[in-house]
Design a protein around this ligand. Structure first.
Ligand code: BTN
Length: 248
């Protein structure tokens, strides 16, 4: 089903809709600096230069996904919870739709049956050393067709997992409801727990690519900041704050 500007205008919040945009995160960052309230959202039906983690591109073809960026104002002490919030809200959306094999691959990929269904890209806006706010970018595969392509084994869409048609506007409404719920709870143990209980990485053998090299070992736990604690073969514990992991 088509996502329309009329639908998005009916959301009970400041919202901007684009049939086509380079990146909703860029548009939301520019809007944030104009002083827009918390919860304001930029949504695009298609992204031409969608950005993913680690400088990668994020593909959003028209009519088949959600690409949205929400403007939030967390306290500096809760900045590490912004990506947790995105992953939890998307996982809750998938669970609400009736999916049970939903997990979060550290740090913030929501997976269904072990395949990536969404991506989260938070970007922080600073004024010198003052925090201005955050843009929480979320991309959800609703009916992206991965069959026959390079991501066939690793990515999945909600409709494929559910085997039924979904209304993207209803997904937007529910997702934003969960973002509102959790953004009123920045800094809480409840938010950290909601993220931790869905993490499917702890206990697994992992290879973590970090800016300073690869860490190979077993994921032991996550700490308060969301960092992954990995024990290597020599028993040394590595605290990994950011990185990409491969299991096994
Ligand atoms: C990842 O690499 O897993 C994160 C992908 C984040 C994609 C979303 S789509 C909406 C928002 N706008 C962007 O340019 N990126 C994020």
């Amino acid at each position: 089903m088509t996502l329309t500007g009329e639908q998005i205008a009916a959301l009970a919040r400041p919202a901007r809709f684009y049939e086509q945009a380079d990146s909703t995160n860029d548009l939301a960052l520019a809007w944030l600096y104009e002083g827009v309230p918390s919860g304001a959202v930029v949504i695009a039906d298609e992204q031409l230069r969608g950005r993913g983690r680690k400088g990668r591109t994020w593909h959003t073809p028209p009519g088949v996904a959600l690409a949205l960026s929400v403007i939030l104002y967390p306290p500096v002490s809760a900045l590490h919870q912004v990506s947790m919030l995105g992953a939890v809200a998307i996982a809750e959306l998938a669970e609400h739709l009736g999916l049970d094999a939903v997990g979060i691959k550290w740090p913030n990929d929501v997976q269904v049956n072990g395949r990536k269904m969404s991506g989260v890209l938070p970007e922080v806006a600073w004024d010198g050393d003052q925090l201005r706010g955050v843009v929480l970018g979320m991309g959800v595969n609703v009916r992206v067709d991965f069959s026959g392509g390079p991501l066939e084994q690793t990515a999945i869409s909600l409709e494929t997992a559910l085997n039924r048609r979904l209304d993207r506007f209803e997904l937007v409404v529910y997702l934003l409801e969960r973002v509102d719920y959790w953004s009123a709870r920045f800094g809480s143990v409840a938010l950290a727990d909601a993220w931790k209980m869905r993490l499917n990485t702890v206990g697994q053998s992992v290879t973590v690519e970090t800016p300073t090299g690869a860490v190979i070992g077993v994921a032991q736990a996550v700490d308060e900041q969301g960092a992954l604690m990995v024990r290597d073969v020599n028993g040394r514990i590595h605290r990994v704050m950011a990185g990409d992991i491969a299991l096994g």
